[in-house]
Design a protein around this ligand. Structure first.
Ligand SMILES: [Zn+2]
Ligand SMILES: [Zn+2]
Length: 283
């Protein structure tokens, strides 16, 4: 399973991405629900400091120290530099966990940071970008990017035979180029993202606290229509995760899903509603 997600606006929100053993945010319940998988997590990326995105860290950090697993495995937590709520949590955790068996590192970052996840045949890394949350709340979004190789444009129409010839003649590097394949973007629970920040990403996880447009009062979070517009303008390739849905839609979620299908039958990507209050898995 690539993704395990729990999301219920105001209560708890987090995304676990298994290929890179990383989590985006750590709302309440993350360690209870992931069970032994908490020991797999190597890095956590916090979008901002609201309780529904960070309170799970208290339990997670503790269980990594005392649970049945590799209690010496290091853990790194990245967070938006200057976010005072996260600052207070760090202070509390440091004070109450003086004797951790593992190395716990807190790394403040700003937009445009690049954090290596994997290097080998291809490089995979996280890139952070700025998001807009409520006033005074410093927040970040994150993208998983993989560097891939492909034939340069001028060689793409050549017959296979010719390409093999060039490769045999030692020209592999000359005819190929590296490009950035954007696998996933996580926007936390911010207002509509800038499509340029998430352009041509395979899967976009976007706030959709309000599934019905006029139910939003202040300019906070996003509506489903706004998330759809971002996804269309950004040319999302595979799926839009409708994330951070308010629990007021729990009973009517399938109706709203059907309505979306009816109104937009030909979207170039799937829209996947993350049902509030239920563990959701996606391959
Ligand atoms: Zn939230
Ligand atoms: Zn928030």
């Amino acid at each position: 399973m690539r993704f395990i997600i729990y999301s219920k606006a105001l209560y708890a929100n987090w995304v676990y991405y298994s290929p890179d053993r990383i989590a985006f945010d750590a709302g309440e319940g993350i360690s209870t629900i992931l069970g032994n998988k908490v020991f797999a997590i190597e890095k956590i990326f916090l979008s901002h400091g609201h309780a529904d995105h960070i309170t799970g860290l208290v339990g997670l950090i503790n269980i990594r120290n005392t649970g049945m697993g590799d209690t010496e495995k290091p853990l790194t937590i990245y967070y938006p530099e200057g976010n005072w709520r996260v600052g207070e949590l760090i202070h509390y955790i440091k004070k109450t966990n003086r004797r951790l068996q593992y190395e716990l590192e807190w790394v403040p970052i700003s937009a445009g940071a690049r954090i290596q996840l994997f290097s080998g045949q291809c490089d995979r890394y996280i890139e952070s970008f700025a998001t807009q949350h409520t006033e005074g709340e410093i927040s970040l979004g994150y993208k998983i990017i993989e560097e891939r190789k492909r034939l340069k444009e001028t060689y793409r129409d050549l017959p296979q035979e010719k390409i093999l010839e060039l490769v045999r003649a030692g020209k592999r590097d000359e005819i190929t180029e590296i490009y950035a394949k954007k696998l996933f973007a996580y926007g936390g629970d911010s207002t509509p993202l800038d499509p340029d920040d998430v352009r041509e990403v395979d899967i976009l996880c976007h706030d959709t606290t309000f599934l019905i447009d006029d139910e939003r009062e202040d300019f906070k979070h996003a509506t489903l229509s706004e998330a759809l517009e971002v996804a269309l303008r950004a040319q999302i390739q595979e799926a839009l995760f409708a994330f951070h849905i308010s629990s007021r839609y729990k009973q009517t979620l399938s109706e709203l899903e059907a309505k979306l299908q009816e109104e937009h039958p030909h979207l170039p990507f799937k829209v996947i509603f993350i049902p509030p209050g239920r563990v959701f898995r996606y391959e």
